[in-house]
Design a protein around this ligand. Sequence first.
Ligand code: V55
Ligand code: FE
Length: 488
Amino acid sequence: MSHFPDLPEYTGFNTPLRAELDITDCEVEGEIPSDIDGAFYRANPDPKFPPLLGKDLYFNGDGVITQFRFKDGKVDLKQRYVRTDKFRAEAAAGRALFGAYRNPFFDDPTVAGLSRGTANTNVLLHAGRMFAYKEDSHPVEIDPITLETKGNHDYGGRIKSVSFTAHAKIDPVSGDMIGFGYDAKGIATPDVAYYVIGPDGEVKHETWFQVPYSNLMHDFGVTQDYVIFLVVPVCSSLERARQGAPTFGWDASKDVFVGIMPRYGSGADLRWFRGPNCFCSHVMNAFNQGTRVYIDVPMSKSNMFPFFPDVTGKPFDREAAAGRMTRWSFDLSKPDEGWEKRQLGNMVGEFPKIDERYATLPYRHGYLCVVDPTLPFSANGGSISGLRVNKIGHVDHATGREDSYWVGEKSSLQEPCFVPRSKTSAEGDGYILVLANRYEESRSDVLLLDAQRLSEGPLAVIRLPIRLRSGLHGNWYDGDQIEAAGNR
Ligand code: V55
Ligand code: FE
């Protein structure tokens, strides 16, 4: 084992942790309501070996899943690497064998044909199985109790796309999982495969189509009646990949396309809308009222990914990358090519989340990571994306009211997760769980806040004796779901 490069992505708070952890009965300041029974799972990239090519993107780190199991007022932490094909091959060799993010051209020849997936982006539980996701490959099944890896899952050969999104949606009404794979025939292909998977875990609908240009289709929108595909010009290029430049790049000269299709439609039913250049990646939620279709996105003027550079060499523009929640509305009864945009509140942020019981439905409460540049920041260290998230925000779409909690000048926050107070509590009645990065102590806390009273601060702080690296997405599952799906 040599060492990681002395680059910001691998040092300070971002030093790869490379650890699997079991901490039972974590320290708690305050009180955790004793009726909270379930677990918060989050995915994060954490490279096991120094990069083969001397550097790599944060997005290519090996997937680690952290589980915070809440029961009887106590919290147990468990963290495991996902044993992807990549992880196993590299562990056996004792070094990195895969080269760069979404670029197979520099891989060690011994790994040709293996899945390049890292399972580092999200965790979902559906149809009694838990999966870790990377959007360039198939889901990897893990046990929701032990976090042991069971293997790649292609739904009995039904997923012919080589890829599957990390942002599949679960319809709380039907129990369906709605997902898609882009780059479905390989890197930079314009092919998209769309899948609906029933609550029995069987693929029940599939259709294929092509996008106007191949791009990083990271997330999408699903309503009760429609699906919404976002084609935003974070474009891919095999040419750049071959040259060793990042495969993805921002192309400000291109329009944005939005494809809307009935949920059980075919590629031929897809209707493309076309609008001016802008950036969005994640989706807070989407819903429809008849032929009116709404999708809420943190939208910015320009690219939010500094590590996917402008294709013309233009420097990264932090101001233009500031995202604000925006509602895009489409009227399918009209022939218009464009759509309306309306800003929702004033907070600048990303990583939108909701009460998942309202996914695909008209909804009221949204949560997000907020960047408030007016507040002081005095700690060393920083986030890899350059986003310094210092608040957790709540938007009430019914009243327009905004509420937020500031984590203080020596910390930053990761993506929040909503926990319903009970199975029958009203929308937004519950808690927010969020990891706080404590830069000065090189340590992490999990904060538990009242989702309707963020500004009052945490009800409880779960004090971890260690630092957890910056993560991506996570979700909450109730104890009964976990028990039913575990140890199968
Ligand atoms: C994103 C994250 C990814 C990725 C592509 O947030 C896009 C966007 C953690 O990996 O591969
Ligand atoms: Fe994401």
